[in-house]
Ligand binder design. Structure first.
Ligand code: FRU
Length: 456
């Protein structure tokens, strides 16, 4: 299908595939001087299917170059899918850990597999695959997927999602180094009561001595009245040595929209921990030949035990200040700026939390961000379908100052509230090219900054 743009909906700095379907980020890693992003990909269509690993590299995690597919379905143990997984570097080699889904005769068994590269372009699946299969007792034979592997000294550690009669859970495994890559042993389990029937895409890391776990839980969203069954949580584990029966002591949603899913993290060479999530869509936006995109990479910071997300600092390099029209004599604080399709917008607002705020495209109902002083919440209205507007709400805010940062990139918005304490993001579909972004507040005392970044 050729792309016919009514307007250009392909985001500028949010990763998209050249064409066709994309879901989870996989194998996010720094190897051979570059960031590598692999992703669940359908080479043959704009819907989910034929799961393979797409591949791209970048120097700043914002501008990506596409590389050939890293892995496709070509082995008996992955004929029905090369599912999600992760990457590590060891002795200048790049190791990809993934879930192979076997063909029909084997009843779609999911097992953990490995592929290796020494040039970061061509990956060879190991002869010893699969390296770990579910036994039907501690790990389900069918639902057992998404290995996230890291190294501690010479030891390999791995978390894998699965389920049992009590619901979704994460198994923790260890192996005695790369030489024993096919001898992973179960050392613990992480679970949470009444929290969905299956978990996916686990990730575990520590920040300032805090053990943090991210997982995507299936079967919790509709119960909360959301438009997606599965949503992403971040949880604290009360220890950094993960083994044994572990209970999540505290958890909250990573994103208060429902498009953000299956994030994966990476430790950057300078120590920053960044996550990237799949912004899910069911079908392509109008006139587009690609489906799904990645979020802007978000740095995770833990300050006094509270988790904050910030758009990756590298974004600032591409942004310059945009002039704002400010109507001084108006009793209301009304601001606006011209909307240009070749820019990504980064709008920040600080105001007294006793004022209402509204940010929207003029004359286009696809996107509206509101802060309601009576509700004390941020509300995002987005239209992705002609007939439906979805509304997402932040938790109740209790600060005296409202601090909002809104990033708009053509067809995706990410809102960082209270310095990233809460995030709401969503894909939206404009019907026409708006010519202004307008900001309305109750009076003129707000601090408003708008920055824009050009397509490079
Ligand atoms: C999450 C997920 C993973 C799986 C992959 C398949 O979105 O369902 O659990 O590995 O997608 O594409």
């Amino acid at each position: 299908m050729e792309e016919k743009y009514i307007m250009n909906l392909r985001p500028i700095l949010h990763f998209t595939s050249e064409k066709n379907w994309l879901n989870d980020p996989n194998g996010l890693s720094y190897y051979d001087g570059k960031y590598h992003l692999f992703y669940q990909y359908n080479p043959y269509g704009t819907c989910w299917g034929n799961m393979s690993w797409g591949h791209a590299v970048s120097e700043d995690m914002l501008h990506w170059s596409h590389l050939p597919l890293a892995m496709v379905q070509d082995q008996p143990y992955d004929m029905a899918g090369v599912f999600s997984g992760s990457a590590i570097e060891f002795q200048q080699k790049h190791f990809l850990f993934y879930t192979g889904v076997s063909g029909k005769d084997n009843k779609d068994r999911q097992s953990q597999c490995v592929a290796i590269s020494s040039d970061g372009i061509q990956y060879k699946k190991m002869d010893i695959n699969p390296i770990l299969e579910g036994d039907g007792i501690v790990a389900d034979k069918i639902d057992f997927r998404d290995p996230k592997v890291w190294m501690e000294g010479n030891r390999l550690k791995m978390v894998v999602a699965t389920k049992d009669d009590f619901g979704g859970k994460i198994n923790i495994y260890e192996a005695d180094g790369i030489a024993h890559i096919d001898e992973f042993k179960l050392v613990g389990t992480i679970r949470k009561k009444d929290f969905g029937y299956m978990w996916e895409c686990p990730d575990y890391f520590t920040i300032r001595g805090r053990g943090l776990l991210i997982f995507s839980a299936m079967g919790v969203g509709y119960e909360k009245g959301l438009d997606q069954d599965s949503i992403v949580y971040i949880g604290y584990i009360n220890e950094t040595k993960i083994s044994g029966e572990i209970v999540i002591v505290y958890n909250e949603r990573v994103d208060y929209g429902t498009d953000f899913y299956a994030p994966q993290s990476l430790e950057m060479p300078d120590g920053r921990r960044v996550i990237l999530g799949w912004m899910r869509m069911e079908k392509p936006l109008e006139g587009c030949a690609w489906t799904g995109m990645m979020s802007i990479p978000r740095e995770i910071h833990v300050i006094e035990d509270v988790i904050y997300y910030r758009p990756i600092n590298e974004l600032f390099k591409y942004l310059t200040t945009i002039d704002i029209d400010y109507m001084k004599n108006n009793e209301m604080g009304n601001y606006s700026c011209t909307y240009e399709q070749h820019l990504i917008y980064d709008i920040s607002i600080q105001t007294d939390a006793k004022k209402n705020v509204r940010i929207a495209f003029e004359g286009d109902e696809s996107l509206e961000v509101n802060y309601s002083k009576t509700e004390r919440r941020v509300l995002l209205h987005r239209r992705i379908d002609v007939n439906a507007v979805d509304v997402y709400k932040s938790p109740i805010l209790d600060k005296d100052i409202l601090d909002l940062r809104v990033i708009i990139d053509r067809s995706v918005v990410e809102i960082f509230i209270e310095g990233g304490r809460y995030v709401i993001s969503a894909i939206f579909q404009s019907r026409s090219v708006a010519d202004k972004i307008v900001i309305n507040t109750d009076d003129a005392g707000c601090i408003v900054h708008i920055k824009g970044g050009k397509v490079t």
